[in-house]
Design a protein around this ligand. Structure first.
Ligand code: BGC
Length: 919
């Protein structure tokens, strides 16, 4: 029997604070531990009830197989209302499931009105008295007390900050979300967070408080230094906090506590300085025990200023949380009194340290990704050049000891990218257990596990997954260690499919795409990164491959999760970007003109950027910029056309598909010879042209052969930059060169992924040659060891080794193709990917002339399965000849294998043949 599980609302589980008027619901279906063949939902019923009131919406029995993106109907939902909902589903035989357990969501405040967002007031310290460009300021502490006449039935807190906040009620931290309210363009909007605090407030006296840090709002944004001439206080200097606490007592009227002049403030607390990228200084001697509980004497605290703040919106993405702790694997003392602890993994977060010290001992904790040859901490890539004081992220925390007993330090308003921790100011090395690395990132649900018979390839996948976690902090960042940490669009654009295999990225990316659109300039250009604090129509905008993220990613949200709303929101802005490109390039070839884009990245970090590598060509690796840019132009025009078609905008669909056709023609005319040679002859040129389907059919195979041949001058290796690497890997497989692609993945020499993980990489490097034996580090100004872009090969591993590819049409994981291509001597692989309809899993093994493939398809999905290298007659399913196997339809030969179509369920295919398994 079907059961309904994993209920989510707007992609989140039990969210508090939804400002969408018709929230969308989704669930998964299970059918015992192994799915019954053909298990399907044929109808559903959703019942939503308002807390303390009756049914808010009853969908009735709806004949539909839809399990996601179902908008709540019925009457308008009440602001601040909590709604409970449950679902039951009917299977293909008309049998009803049990009702699911209830899930819930809470609506956020309305826009306006008495308790509307526009009535929220902001409070903060009176003056930024000690403001200085050079130094971070002490954290403001804010508090007030209130009394409740009777027991509490429900209490909900909505809060936000200009800066970062930690809210406290009656001595405890509210919730486990970190670095709230995360980064948006604070000039446009600030996110608020909602918390169910029913268990935290009580009858009688209560205290509520908050501590603030500058965060992205007022902290040191290194990249700003070069553009603006100052790096601190980019959005503002004065920190602020806003809150509304709604208490519904068991009896009597609601009580509402808001931020107003009744709050008090001090900056004399223990957080003496904190900076989002720089670090935090905590003086435990200044702790104020009980400040966040009722009865504290705050007579020495001062008044607050009250002001109006920017527009508030609900946070639509998962909170940043601690998801794992890492213990050090070794400790060294490269010089007396300097201890270096190796966490064994390049990670992102901070350190928790338990210590014993004398009052006033200053314990310094510094963070770095690598070690110098002498065993000291490598910090050169943090851009700490005294000659450029506006740059740099010291990643340095200080803890000044109270001097009483074991003390525990953990920073609040900063985060670091590091594998190694350097501790000074302590007498001896931290004992086992006294120091742990706390891993924190946007907690988008895990969506996959991948393993295969090659330990090296498993290491590569692990490095990719760590890199993804390390670069999700409210926005997809380029890196987590130096002073940049921007939402670089080109990086997530190319990494997005990989990211979606590893985690459910729907909520996270929906949020960030809004940041992209917030920064779209009036002429239609999308920014190169978002949020964009530096004037999006002046600098860093409109770069092909970067700006295109706001077209490509919404399309992926639609195809992967069936998210039509993502397309609705994206369409107009996306077409404006394509219109801009067309306007600026009337002959439809995108030229690199300095006027428009002073710094044109192109296929960034290609082989021409290698430093001191003498056995590879020095030039000629980079695809000419016109080719690169025109390829993206064509692709975006095509996607806008497809979006229009999906949205039923027939006229626009015609206009943009004609435009795409004309761009392809212009591309062909300008760059492609009749023999399929693409100007420049670069690997990247072929990869982009093939990947975006820019070539006429008869030339494709020829171009693919040239692409494979273009590896030769590079010793059989890559010359591609970040935008073309995975596209080349994909095209090699598509055009019949899988063994070439496997070789690229597995080759021991630089450039390769294997080179990274065999030379200490536990995360993916920014540059292929970030560190090279004999030469050492690349240019420290741009040499991160935790950058997603090259990790985009993850998608290839999922698809080619794991064998899982979601079909684009129909969208929303309604269909999947399972087509593993064994290679490089692999003998088995196991992959599980949790789609919006539930988990798809694949396990294949090869050996002794037998290839076996176990597949599990969740209810409501169909699959095309290709058993590689086998003829139909050689394949059985659960020991039954294919033609007789229930739920299996033979489709004949495809991609050199035997193709079948199956319904939901678990299947075991076996092929006995000489050919089985290409290895
Ligand atoms: C970032 C990249 C980004 C690039 C733009 C770098 O500094 O770290 O990842 O995409 O600039 O060219």
């Amino acid at each position: 029997m079907l059961s309904v599980t994993r209920l989510r609302c707007e992609y989140l589980s039990n969210p508090v604070g939804i400002d969408t008027l018709a929230p969308r619901m989704s669930w998964e279906l299970e059918d015992g531990c192994s799915t019954r063949r053909g298990a399907r939902q044929t109808a559903y019923r959703i019942v939503v009830r308002r807390d303390g009131a009756g049914t808010a919406w009853d969908s009735g029995r709806v004949r539909s197989s839809q399990t996601a993106q179902i908008a709540c109907g019925g009457k308008r939902l009440s602001p601040l209302g909590t709604y409970f909902w449950r679902v039951r589903a009917w299977d293909e035989k008309g049998k009803a499931s049990d009702w699911s357990p209830e899930a819930r969501w809470t609506m956020g405040p309305a826009e306006s009105g008495l308790r509307g967002l526009s009535s929220f007031r902001w409070i903060g310290p009176r003056l930024a008295e000690s403001w200085s460009e050079r130094e971070a300021q002490p954290s403001p502490y804010l508090r007030r007390e209130f009394s409740l006449a009777g027991p509490v039935r429900r209490a909900t807190l909505f809060a936000s900050a200009l800066g970062i906040y930690e809210a406290r009620i009656n001595g405890s931290r509210v919730g486990d979300a970190l670095l709230c309210p995360e980064w948006t363009d604070y000039r446009v909007k600030v996110q608020y967070q909602g918390y169910d605090v029913s268990d935290m407030v009580r009858e009688g006296k209560n205290a509520i408080g908050a501590v603030l840090g500058p965060g992205w709002y007022a902290g040191h944004l290194g990249a700003a230094g070069t553009v603006l001439g100052y790096a601190r206080g980019v959005y503002g200097r004065l920190l602020g906090f806003t809150a509304l606490l709604l208490v519904q007592p068991l009896a009597g009227d609601e009580v509402v506590i808001v931020t107003d002049a009744s709050w008090k403030c001090t900056t004399d607390g223990p957080i003496r300085a904190s900076d989002i990228f720089g670090g935090e200084t905590y003086d435990a001697r200044r702790e104020m025990p009980g400040w966040d509980a009722a009865g504290y004497d705050d007579s020495a605290w001062g008044p607050v200023s009250v002001f109006q703040g920017p527009r508030l919106v609900a946070q639509p993405n998962e909170a940043i949380r601690i998801t794992q702790d890492l213990a050090p694997v070794s400790t060294a003392e490269p010089s007396p009194g300097t201890f270096i602890l190796d966490l064994g993994q390049n990670m992102v977060g901070w350190v928790r340290m338990t210590l014993h010290g004398r009052p006033g001992d200053d314990v310094r904790i510094r963070h770095g990704e690598m070690l110098n040859p002498d065993g000291t901490l490598y910090r050169d890539n943090l851009r700490l050049d005294p000659a450029r004081p506006l740059r740099g992220a010291p990643q340095e925390d200080h803890y000044v000891c109270r001097g009483t007993g074991p003390e525990v330090f953990e920073p609040h308003f900063t985060y670091h990218g590091f594998r190694y921790v350097e501790v000074t100011g302590v007498e001896r090395a931290p004992a086992p257990g006294a120091l742990v690395g706390r891993v924190l990132h946007s907690d988008a649900p895990d969506a996959g596990t991948f393993e295969c018979s090659s330990p090296v390839l498993n290491k590569i996948m692990a490095a990719i997954q760590w890199t993804q976690r390390g670069n999700m902090h409210g926005i997809p960042t380029d890196c987590p260690q130096r002073d940049e940490r921007l939402g670089w669009a080109g990086d997530i654009q190319v990494f997005c499919r990989t990211a979606m295999f590893n985690r459910d990225m729907a909520a996270f990316l929906s949020k960030w795409l809004r940041d992209m659109r917030d920064a779209q300039s009036p002429d239609g250009r999308f920014p190169d990164f978002a949020p964009h604090p530096y004037g999006s129509h002046i600098r860093y905008s409109g770069n092909p491959g970067w700006a295109d993220a706001a077209v490509i990613i919404p399309w992926l949200l639609y195809t992967t999760y069936g998210d039509l709303r993502a397309l609705e929101e994206a369409f107009e802005p996306a077409r404006r970007w394509v219109d801009f490109s067309a306007r600026e390039n009337p002959d439809l070839v995108w030229r690199d003109r300095g006027r428009l884009i002073p710094f044109f990245y192109g296929d960034w970090l290609n082989a021409d950027t290698f430093l001191g590598i003498h056995d590879l060509p020095r030039t000629g690796g980079e695809v000419p910029k016109e080719i690169y840019a025109t390829a993206f132009f064509a692709h975006s025009a095509e996607l806008v056309a497809r979006m229009a078609a999906v949205l039923g905008r027939t006229r626009e669909a015609g206009v943009y598909s004609a435009l795409a056709r004309r761009i392809r023609a212009a591309f062909g005319k300008a760059f492609v010879s009749t023999h399929g040679r693409i100007k420049g002859g670069t690997q990247a040129g072929y990869a982009l042209a093939l990947s975006f389907d820019l070539l006429p059919k008869p030339l494709r195979r020829k171009a693919a052969a040239r692409m494979a041949a273009a590896l030769k001058p590079y010793g059989g290796g890559l010359s591609t930059g970040i935008q073309s690497t995975v596209r080349l890997m994909r095209e090699l497989v598509r055009w019949g060169y899988p063994e070439e692609a496997y070789r690229l993945l597995n080759r021991q020499e630089m450039p390769s992924w294997r080179y990274m993980v065999e030379h200490g990489g536990t995360s993916i490097w920014e540059r292929w040659d970030g560190w090279v034996g004999g030469r050492g580090f690349q240019n420290p100004d741009m040499n991160s060891f935790n950058h997603c872009a090259i990790g985009s090969v993850g998608e290839w591993m999922w698809q080619v080794i794991g064998g899982i590819t979601l079909d684009e049409d129909p969208p929303g994981a309604a269909a999947v193709t399972i087509s593993p291509i064994p290679g490089a001597g692999l003998t088995w692989a196991r992959a599980m990917h949790r789609t919006i309809r539930g988990p798809v899993s694949v396990e294949w093994k090869t050996g002794k002339g037998v290839f076996s493939l176990d597949v599990s398809i969740p209810p409501n999905m169909t699959a095309t399965i290709v058993i590689p290298g086998a003829a139909v007659s050689e394949v059985t399913e659960s020991e039954t000849p294919l033609a007789l196997a229930p739920g299996v339809r033979v489709r004949g030969r495809r991609s050199g294998g035997c193709a079948v179509e199956v319904q939901p369920g678990t299947y075991r295919f076996e092929a006995r043949s000489r050919e089985s398994g290409l290895s």
